[in-house]
Design a protein around this ligand. Structure first.
Ligand SMILES: Nc1nc2c(ncn2[C@@H]2O[C@H](COP(=O)(O)OP(=O)(O)OP(=O)(O)O)[C@@H](O)[C@H]2O)c(=O)[nH]1
Ligand SMILES: [Zn+2]
Length: 206
């Protein structure tokens, strides 16, 4: 078993994602007008340009392929649990386009061929699915399914813990509340294995 707590590993934007910049800038300008702001005032002059530029990073996952992230594997014939926990995660809720952020924990049992992926690739996989307009449940299941589909994992467990700013700074206004979601696949559905993985994954937090 391997347990690792990684440094943040944010995928560099190697290819420029196809944000339609003029369209994004025009939309931000319109939005500023809609809320009664003056897009011509000095502080806002460059805002449409900045927001469009930020979109390249915030939504980079829309143009990334999970299969590519998981394509590099190592034949070290490890057939037991590998866990990377406390992977920092920033995403955008698709309902309000506000951030939600927290950590993801991933455990997987490699495929029968014993091939494993690089530990950082688990962090990159989270990026692929988090850097999109999203809901937390979907990130969780997409990460789990990608490990089964593209890595051939025999078992997977993914837990995501996050605070949603749409619940903190507006709406119900409950700052500090955390949402926890999990997805379990294959051999880790077995109750005993799952309980062991969960306790390692959460590192004695509960
Ligand atoms: N299940 C789930 N719900 C989310 C997520 N992010 C935001 N939401 C919720 O999406 C719901 C949208 O509800 P609506 O009633 O359509 O929108 P709203 O009037 O802005 O809701 P309030 O936030 O309650 O004011 C809210 O309850 C949010 O808390 C997520 O990742 N997963
Ligand atoms: Zn929201």
């Amino acid at each position: 078993m391997v347990v690792s707590s990684p440094e943040p590993d944010v995928a560099p934007a190697t290819t420029r994602p196809p944000v339609d910049v003029p369209r994004a800038e025009a939309a931000v300008r319109e939005f500023l007008l809609a809320i009664g702001e003056d897009p011509e005032r000095e502080g806002l002059l460059d805002t449409p340009k900045r927001v469009a530029k930020a979109a390249h990073e915030l939504y980079a996952g829309l143009w990334q392929d999970p299969a590519e992230v998981l394509s590099a594997t190592f034949p070290i014939e490890h057939e037991e649990l590998v866990i990377v926990r406390d992977i920092p995660m920033y995403s955008t809720c698709e309902h309000h386009l506000l951030p939600f952020h927290g950590v993801a924990h991933i455990g997987y049992i490699p495929g029968e061929d014993g091939r494993v992926t690089g530990l950082s690739k688990l962090g990159r996989l989270v990026e692929v699915f988090a850097r999109r307009p999203q809901v937390q449940e979907q990130i969780t299941t997409q990460v789990a399914d990608a490990l089964v589909e593209h890595l051939g994992a025999q078992g997977v467990i993914v837990v995501v813990e996050a605070e949603h700013l749409c619940m903190s700074m507006r709406g119900v206004q409950k700052p500090g509340s955390r949402t926890i979601t999990s997805a379990v696949r294959g051999q880790l559905r077995d109750p005993a294995t799952r309980a062991e993985a969960m306790s390692l994954l959460l590192g004695g937090k509960r």
